[in-house]
Design a protein around this ligand. Structure first.
Ligand code: 13P
Ligand code: SF4
Length: 302
């Protein structure tokens, strides 16, 4: 254990803190985290953790979701400016307009959204539970925000609902191309293609498996194949390689890297715990409104 890691361990005890991390942050950060998981797992852990302080290593909507569900805890982030650009690709007007236009409408927001958007939504979803939740909704019309790629993929699995999409997307997944995958397949023709549903429809069509980050990790572990083309953010390779030392994981040439996730460093973790800085603060009435959508997700997904 190097000196910085020792210091972080010491600070964790001093501050009664636990570290949660998403699979997209750097391997060195995942290594020191107490719990690492996908977006759904991280929001579920929020309510289960007994410690007073939660240090969330990921992007802002993840920290906000933890605070919304655990208001009595101190929720801090190594860098408050680490933010998901897709979370800001839909505005409140879009939701209000759809509510006026459609009867029998459910507003479904991807967890990659701001607290303001969650507050206006009926239910939240993540990529690991979106199908189950939308199937359980009584409404026929579904406004899905902000991710058009994920929304379109779920719509193909739930054909009896009428989906209204929004033009949001994840810039990292949206860039993964069919041609890029074909290029990798020329060198590894036997490789299985693992795709996150934030990718485009033409990439999803090529997939052997489509699912959330934890779904991709499970699939790779259970598979007897040796080579995989991984169509999601590169941070996931830390878990994939650790759990499968004899398998090979390939990315497209233009490696998918989320710059916001990479803003989370050991240096900033140490500093945030030391100074107890970068607290997530939410207006109480906004928090209460946003809580409904997250709680409904947890009720249905359970
Ligand atoms: P999941 O971990 O839920 O698959 O989400 C991926 C993501 O883009 C998080 O920002
Ligand atoms: Fe947002 Fe995409 Fe980064 Fe996830 S990978 S935080 S969806 S920009």
């Amino acid at each position: 254990m190097n000196d910085r890691v020792k210091k972080i361990e010491w600070l964790k005890k001093e501050r009664d803190a636990v570290i949660l991390a998403h699979y997209y942050v750097d391997g060195a950060v995942q290594e020191i985290a107490d719990f690492v998981g996908d977006s759904y797992y991280l929001s579920k852990m929020a309510a289960l953790i007994q410690h007073q302080t939660i240090l969330l290593c990921g992007v802002r909507f993840m920290g906000e979701s933890v605070k919304i569900l655990s208001p009595m805890k101190t929720v801090i982030m190594p860098d408050l400016s680490a933010d998901c650009p897709m979370a800001h690709m839909v505005d409140e007007k879009t939701i209000r307009r759809a509510r006026e236009e459609f009867d029998d409408l459910a507003v479904v927001c991807y967890i990659n959204s701001t607290a303001e958007i969650k507050a206006l939504s009926d239910v939240c979803v993540t990529s690991s539970n979106a199908q189950k939740i939308i199937e359980a909704l009584p409404q026929k019309n579904i406004l899905f925000v902000p991710d058009k790629n994920l929304g379109s993929y779920i719509a193909s699995l739930v054909p009896d609902k009428n989906f209204i999409f929004h033009e949001g997307h994840c810039p990292v997944h949206n860039r993964i191309s069919k041609m890029g995958i074909q290029k990798v397949m020329r060198d590894y023709p036997e490789a299985r293609i693992l795709v996150h549903p934030e990718c485009t429809a033409e990439v999803i069509e090529m997939a052997d498996y489509v699912g959330s980050t934890s779904g991709i990790i499970d699939f790779a572990e259970k598979s007897t194949d040796k080579d995989f083309v991984v169509c999601t953010e590169q941070g996931i390779v830390y878990q994939l390689e650790r759990n499968n030392p004899h398998k090979r994981f390939h990315f497209t040439e233009d490696i998918p890297v989320c710059q916001d996730m990479k803003m989370i460093t050991l240096d900033k973790i140490e500093h945030a715990l030391l100074a107890m800085e970068n607290k997530i603060e939410l207006d109480e009435s906004l928090r209460n409104k946003a809580k409904g959508a997250l709680e409904r997700m947890h009720e249905i997904a359970r």
